[in-house]
Ligand binder design. Structure first.
Ligand SMILES: [Zn+2]
Length: 553
C-alpha cells in the first residue's frame, strides 16, 4: 500500500490499528447460508464505523487530505479483517490522478464588444468563472449566439440549434432544460457535459451561462457570489490529458448575473426578459446576438492523487465469478470550513460515513456467504467534487469493464426515525428494480416510488458514472415514512436537507435509528446477493432512455 505524502503522522496508523482490533472480528473462512450471514450484521459494528469515520479527527475526509487517507486506511483494514481481497491496482487502492485548479481573477476577464464599445464585466459582482483544469491561460474573442437552453433532443421533438450556426462562436445558454421533458431526460439534457458535448459537435469555442428566472430566484446572485472562487475546482486527469467532462475545443466559459446578461441582448430582436419568457414557455428562440465578447482566463494547478478503496469477494461459480456486481459508497466529504466560527468540521456522518458503514457490513455478509458472481466493494474518493472517483473507476475499472453487471450505490441514507419503507432511485429503469423491491420486503420494509423525481437523484450520485458506461444501477435509500404514526418523516427529512446537509451539524449528534440501519444493511446485502446469484445479467428495460443511450448492444 502506498503511503500518501499527506499521511506522515504515525498517529494515523496507530489509530487505524486500534479501531481495527476492537471493531473487527474474524468470521472465519467457512461459508454460511445467506440467512446465517445476515445475522452477522450488528448495530454495534455500524456505530463503530460511523463513529470513526465521522470523528472530528478525520477533519471532514476531504479528498487529498490526511483525514481522507485515514478513512481509506480504515476501510482497507475493515475489508482485510472480513476476508475481503484487495482488488485495486495498488493493493487495496486505485489511485485516482486528480488536479485542483484555481482561477487567477486578476488575469481573467469578460469583455463585451457592443456597437464598437468595450464593456468590461466585473468578476464576482457580475460574472463567475471556474478556471480551466488543464490550461494555464487562454483567451477567446468571438460572436455570441443565443441558444436557449443549449439542448438538442430531436427524439423529444426539441432543438435549440435549429436555424443558428455556432461554428467558431461563443454559445449563450440558460441553465436547465425544457420543463416539458420527463424528469430523467430533463436531468440528462440539463447537464453541463451533455450541453458542452453538443456545442462542441457544432464547432462552438466558448460558452456563457445565464440563469433562468426560476434559478435566479432560488439562488440569488448576491448569495451565490460569496461562494465564487472560494473552493478550487477539481477533476481527474490522465497521463494523456483526458479529464472528466473536459472539452479542449471550448476555450473559455463564464456565468453572468442578470444585469450583465441583459447587456448581451442589446442588439437582439428581443430583450433578456423576453428570452426568459420564451424559455419558461418552452419556446426555442435561438438567435445570433450580433455582438462579440472576449473571455480570458488564467488558472493555477496542483496535481495530487487520492485513492478509491477496492475490495473483492470472489464468486463461487467458475464462469460467473468473472462477472462483477459493484457496490459503491463515497468515502470523501467536504473537509473543514475554516472561515466559520465555532464548529468548522464537516463530519458528514450521514453524508456518507453511514453509507460506507453499510457497505462494510454488506461486505461482511457477502464475504461469509459468497454468491456465484464476484462482488466488488468500492469506497470512492472525490464524490463531493463532482463524482470523480466513481467516474474514474467506471471508465478505468480494476477489472474488465464489460464484466461489470450492476452497480448498487449508497449515498446519505437517513435513519432519523424508525424507517418503514425503502426507495430505490433508478428502480424503474432496469430489472434491478424488482430485485430491490424483493430485498426490501424480505426485511419487512415496504417499497416506495421515488418521492421527489424533480430532484433527479438518480443522476446526482455515483451510480450515474456507471449508468454512463451502460451499467444498470440503483441507489437504495430509506424512505420518508416512519413505522411510528406520530412521526412526520417528510418533515424530518426536509429539516435535515435544509439545516444539516453539508453543514457541520451533520455529525454524530444527529439522531440515528440504528435498528433501521441494521435492517437496511441486511436488505442491501440481500439485494446484491440476488443480483450476484442470478444466471442472467441485469438488463435495462426495453426502450429505456439510459439503456438506449449508453448501453452497447
Ligand atoms: Zn454531499
Amino acid at each position: 500500500m502506498k503511503v500518501s505524502e499527506f499521511n506522515r503522522i504515525g498517529l494515523t496508523v496507530a489509530l487505524g490499528l486500534l479501531v481495527a482490533s476492537c471493531g473487527a472480528r474474524d468470521e472465519g473462512s467457512s461459508t454460511m447460508t445467506l440467512d446465517e450471514a445476515l445475522d452477522l450484521v450488528t448495530e454495534d459494528a455500524l456505530i463503530a464505523h460511523v463513529s470513526y469515520l465521522a470523528d472530528d479527527a478525520l477533519e471532514g475526509r476531504m479528498t487529498g487530505q490526511p483525514g481522507y487517507d485515514k478513512a481509506a486506511t480504515y476501510v482497507a483494514e475493515q475489508f482485510a479483517a472480513l476476508g475481503v481481497e484487495p482488488a485495486g491496482n495498488d493493493g487495496w487502492y486505485q489511485q485516482v490522478p486528480l488536479v485542483t485548479y484555481n482561477l487567477v481573477p486578476e488575469a481573467s476577464a469578460v469583455t463585451l464588444h457592443i456597437n464598437g464599445e468595450d464593456v468590461a464585466v466585473e468578476y464576482r459582482e457580475q460574472f463567475a468563472m471556474g478556471g480551466d483544469p488543464l490550461r494555464e491561460s487562454a483567451s477567446v474573442r468571438a460572436g455570441l449566439v443565443f441558444v436557449g437552453h443549449g439542448v438538442h433532443a430531436p427524439e423529444l421533438g426539441y432543438s435549440d440549434y435549429e436555424g443558428v450556426n455556432v461554428e467558431g462562436k461563443i454559445v449563450v445558454m440558460f441553465n436547465n432544460a425544457p420543463g416539458t421533458f420527463e424528469t430523467t431526460q430533463r436531468a440528462y439534457f440539463a447537464s453541463g457535459e451533455t450541453k458542452l458535448a453538443e456545442a462542441v459537435r457544432r464547432g462552438a469555442v466558448g460558452m456563457i451561462g445565464l440563469s433562468t428566472r426560476e434559478s435566479a430566484e432560488k439562488y440569488p446572485w448576491d448569495k451565490y457570489k460569496e461562494r465564487i472562487g472560494v473552493r478550487p475546482g477539481m477533476t481527474w486527469v490522465t497521463e494523456t490529458g483526458e479529464a472528466s467532462g473536459y472539452f479542449p475545443e471550448i476555450i473559455a466559459t463564464a456565468g453572468l448575473n442578470d444585469e450583465a446578461a441583459a447587456l448581451l441582448f442589446a442588439r437582439a430582436p428581443f430583450d433578456f426578459e423576453a428570452a426568459r419568457d420564451a424559455i419558461e414557455a418552452n419556446r426555442s428562440v435561438s438567435v445570433d446576438l450580433g455582438i462579440e465578447a472576449t473571455i480570458a482566463q488564467s488558472s493555477t494547478h496542483d496535481r495530487l492523487t487520492s485513492p478509491n478503496v477496492v475490495g473483492l469477494v470472489r464468486g463461487t461459480d467458475p464462469v460467473l465469478a468473472d462477472e462483477y456486481v459493484v457496490f459503491t459508497a463515497h468515502l470523501d466529504h467536504n473537509g473543514l470550513e475554516t472561515y466559520r466560527d465555532g464548529d468548522k468540521v464537516l463530519n458528514g456522518a450521514y453524508d456518507n460515513a453511514i453509507g460506507v458503514a453499510l457497505m462494510i457490513e454488506t461486505a461482511r455478509v457477502l464475504a461469509a456467504a459468497p454468491p456465484r458472481r464476484s462482488v466488488l466493494f468500492v469506497a470512492l474518493t472525490a464524490e463531493e467534487r463532482g463524482l470523480l472517483g466513481s467516474e474514474y473507476f467506471a471508465e478505468y475499472p480494476t477489472v474488465q469493464q464489460e464484466a461489470i453487471v450492476a452497480n448498487i450505490n449508497l449515498d446519505m441514507p437517513l435513519f432519523l426515525f424508525p424507517v418503514a419503507d425503502l426507495i430505490a432511485f433508478g428502480a424503474e429503469h432496469s430489472t434491478l428494480g424488482a430485485v430491490a423491491e424483493r430485498a426490501a420486503i424480505a426485511e419487512a420494509f415496504s417499497f416506495s416510488p421515488d418521492p421527489m423525481p424533480e430532484e433527479n437523484l438518480f443522476v446526482r450520485s455515483d451510480q450515474y458514472s456507471f449508468v454512463k458506461q451502460g451499467v444498470p444501477a440503483v441507489y437504495l435509500i430509506p424512505g420518508f415514512t416512519s413505522t411510528d404514526p406520530d412521526v412526520d418523516g417528510d418533515a424530518l427529512v426536509g429539516d435535515h436537507l435544509r439545516n444539516h446537509y453539508h453543514e457541520p451539524s451533520d455529525d454524530l449528534a444527529r439522531p440515528f435509528h440504528w435498528p433501521s440501519a441494521e435492517r437496511f444493511a441486511r436488505a442491501n446485502a440481500r439485494f446484491g446477493y440476488e443480483v450476484a446469484m442470478d444466471a442472467n445479467r441485469p438488463r435495462w428495460h426495453e426502450g429505456n432512455f439510459f439503456g438506449e443511450r449508453f448501453a452497447t448492444p
